[in-house]
Write a protein of this length. Structure first.
Length: 128
């Protein structure tokens, strides 16, 4: 087998793996959301993330206030912004963990099925 044949085969297999992962991820999303849309789900996550983001911002402002001897308002604002972003990311990550698990699980299952198909193509089973 020369390099061109091998590389073409490898690229086709990689594309099949990527396609099966995307297809599995879509099925996982549909299975988790059932009839809801992803936009309404994300909107609900964002509404739930407001309080943790606010609390993180307050914590960041307090830390910014305590760490600065000169009490510059820019450093306090940066601390508040960083704390708010940390709170937002944590709340969104925690809130979407079940959706993420469903998407990842289905994607991995589809990739596994594609790998099994490839193995059977390369190693046909002869029952006779």
């Amino acid at each position: 087998m020369n390099f061109l044949v091998w590389s073409k085969s490898s690229i086709e297999y990689g594309l099949r793996l990527a396609h099966s992962a995307i297809q599995g991820a879509r099925k996982g999303q549909e299975a988790f959301l059932k009839q809801d849309s992803i936009l309404s789900y994300v909107g609900e996550l964002a509404r739930r993330a407001v309080a943790p983001s606010f609390i993180g911002g307050l914590g960041g402002a307090i830390v910014g206030q305590l760490k600065n001897a000169d009490h510059s308002s820019a450093k306090i604002a940066i601390g508040a912004l960083c704390g708010s972003l940390i709170g937002l990311v944590c709340a969104l990550s925690w809130g979407s963990r079940q959706l993420t698990a469903s998407v990842a699980s289905n994607a991995w299952q589809h990739v596994g099925m594609t790998r099994d198909e490839r193995w059977l193509e390369k190693n046909p089973i002869n029952y006779a």
